[in-house]
Ligand binder design. Sequence first.
Ligand code: 5GP
Ligand code: MG
Length: 179
Amino acid sequence: MREIRGKPLSLLIDEGSIRKRVRELAREIEKDFSHSEGEPVVVGLLKGAFIFVADLVREMDIAVVVDFLWVSSYGQSTESSGVIKVLKDLDTDVEGRWVLLVDDILDTGLTLKEIHTFLLRKKPAVLRTCVFLEKEGRKKVDFNPDYIGFKVPNKFLVGYGLDWGEMGRNLKGIYAVES
Ligand code: 5GP
Ligand code: MG
């Protein structure tokens, strides 16, 4: 059994299921974004979304620009406050363009809602959101992503970009950290 720092990991979503679902999402997004004038801009949130973005854009058969945004959320608590600090802004001017915001996981939704507002200020023509995972029954704000990979139970998850103290990002599946 795999483990991180002595804690066992249990497999929740395997590599094959991820590949299949990413392909489905790519088809759906590609179809919706085919109306874009000029190349759509895929904005991945660092660090967690880096693997999902890499897989998603490679499954898409349309020309896209890829950019990354890196924010940290203020506050000491393990739950996000929703107040963000931008560590790395976009390199691309997204005004008037079709933008797809991509994140790894939606928990309370506080962070993504704040980032969504931040990106709207840049006046994109269209702004849609895609999350790889959404935790069930955890949302604290009214924010609904346009595309969701998988709904997951309220457990702490690692793998496929998601970390536990920087460990576990390179795992090919999604695992729950068991205590
Ligand atoms: P939210 O603002 O939606 O509560 O927080 C979302 C962020 O919290 C995610 O982008 C991710 O960085 C982190 N997060 C939430 N749940 C998990 C989890 O189960 N595992 C990991 N590794 N990060 C999580
Ligand atoms: Mg994150």
